[in-house]
Design a protein around this ligand. Structure first.
Ligand code: UDP
Length: 457
């Protein structure tokens, strides 16, 4: 690697401050970015909430600054939007004090900038008041960001709020989205989702630049659109998990025994099933999914998080239907949390049934793995649309879940011709992704630009 830019600049502006939103899908990309910047010579200071606080012992090279947040307790998904907005507000005063002390300690000139999650608008506002330049990290796709920017237009033109009769209507201004693919969370009767999105876009527009965990071959057109519509520079430096040294930022303890278990299976034979860290399913859907998986005869590794079934905090064994374990004995493993990147890279894994979170989608693409997508909320529907329709590396499992159709979808996907074609295309995307992250690739060039930009702020 080239000598670090920070070193080239005589060691001035060597500190980068970061503030992630405390949920797994937002923590991972922020820590991956921290790893990347640290490898380029910056010292890293991470401000964090008490809620889902990181373990400093896992990152001895970083400084951690806890910010009091009024300790919100995890709430059901319908309240998550309010929780995110309130979390930022609750941190504001504490962050101001801690940022002021850090600036005094490091000397203002030594601080290059603060990178914060776009969902933490009050953090951007505090930094601006203390004259610290900010960069906004969005942990979703460029396409999702374009939808966020277009949110007022989507209401003006009547695409939103979603009407049942219009769900399949194309959104002409944002192809290939249909109304059903737009980023929504529930009904938004209180307008809080719109508020969340509008605040995120304010954070982007008032920052000194937007960092996206995506890459050129995946979203060239969408990135061009954002560059046209935004006055701030856009840095497409993804996929971060491939550009950063291995980072451990898991909130739950991964069950690593599944890697050894996978060793016994032939290449590309196992279906990995995970719905990420937040999505919840009804007990009925869990039961249909379980029997569909069992009936398919396909070997599987399934992540069933504690509390993944709506209204239940039970351990997975109590959530799965009676008789499931016996019916799948020898060809199935259920864990509460997996070392996902390693699982996706394991040669025995041949497909990923995912909720379509952006990290999971990017991680799957980078391993050349096709996806069955079952989106739940937020950007997941849009990601599934791109997987099926644009990159053509997967299928959406829509409608009500019935064991018979789940079984058929899994078979078609894992052993049928469609699945084989998707696997070939996914393999091509994997290569293209590797070119973006290789020397002289678009993401590496974007990282150089980002670092030069950081030093110039
Ligand atoms: N993940 C993991 N183990 C699991 C399930 C998920 O390490 O058993 C990680 C996964 O690799 C990804 C993140 O958790 O980096 C989930 O982020 P994503 O954007 O896919 O979904 P979210 O949890 O935000 O809905």
């Amino acid at each position: 690697p080239a000598p670090t830019m920070a070193a080239v600049h005589g060691g001035r502006r060597r500190h980068v401050l970061l503030f992630p939103l405390p949920s797994q899908g937002h923590i991972n990309p922020m820590f991956r970015l921290a790893g990347l910047l640290h490898a380029r010579g910056f010292t890293i200071t991470i401000f964090h909430t008490q809620f889902n606080a990181p373990d400093p012992a896992r990152h001895p090279d970083y400084r951690f600054v806890p910010v009091p947040d009024g300790s919100p307790v995890p709430v059901a998904m319908k309240d998550a939007v309010a929780q995110i907005i309130e979390l930022g507000v609750a941190c504001e005063a504490g962050f101001r004090d801690r940022l002021a002390s850090v600036l005094e300690e490091y000397s203002r000139d030594a601080v290059a900038c603060l990178v914060a999650d776009t969902h933490l608008l009050p953090i951007f506002e505090v930094a601006a008041r203390l004259s610290v330049p900010t960069l906004a990290l969005r942990t979703g796709s460029a396409a999702c960001c374009a939808c966020f920017l277009a949110y007022p237009m989507l209401f003006d033109k009547g695409y939103l709020p979603v009407q049942e009769s219009q769900r399949d209507m194309p959104v002409l201004e944002l192809p290939p989205y249909r109304v059903r693919d737009l980023p929504v969370i529930g009904e938004d009767a209180s307008g809080r989702v719109s508020e969340l999105i509008s605040r995120a876009m304010t954070a982007v527009k008032t920052s000194s630049g937007l960092i996206l965990d995506t890459f050129d071959v995946l979203e060239r057109r969408e990135l061009e659109g954002l560059r046209r519509d935004l006055a701030v520079p856009v840095f497409d430096i993804g996929p971060l998990h491939k550009l950063s040294p291995a980072v451990y930022s898991s909130l739950l303890l991964p069950d690593r025994s599944c890697l050894e278990w996978l060793d016994a299976f032939p290449p590309e034979s196992v279906l990995y099933v995970s719905f990420g860290s937040v999505a919840c399913m009804s007990l009925r859907d869990l039961v249909e999914t379980a029997w569909g998986i069992a009936g398919s005869g396909v070997p599987f590794l399934w992540v069933v998080r504690p509390g993944m079934v709506s209204g239940s905090a039970y351990h997975h064994q109590q959530q799965l239907p009676e008789g499931f374990e016996a019916a799948t004995h020898g060809r199935g493993m259920v864990v509460t949390w997996a070392p996902q990147e390693e699982v996706l890279g394991h040669r025995a894994v041949g497909g990923f049934w995912t909720h379509g979170g952006w990290n999971s989608t990017a991680e799957s693409i980078c391993e050349g793995l096709p996806m069955l997508c079952r989106p739940y909320f937020g950007d997941q529907m849009g990601n599934a649309r791109y997987v099926e329709h644009v990159w053509r590396v997967g299928l959406e499992v829509g409608g009500d879940l019935e064991r018979g159709s789940v079984e058929a979808a899994i078979r078609r996907f894992m052993t049928g011709e469609d699945g084989a074609e998707m696997r070939t295309r996914a393999g091509e995307l994997k290569k293209a992704a590797a070119e973006c992250t290789g020397e002289g690739g678009s993401s590496c060039l974007a990282i150089d630009k980002l670092i030069t930009h950081m030093m110039s702020l």
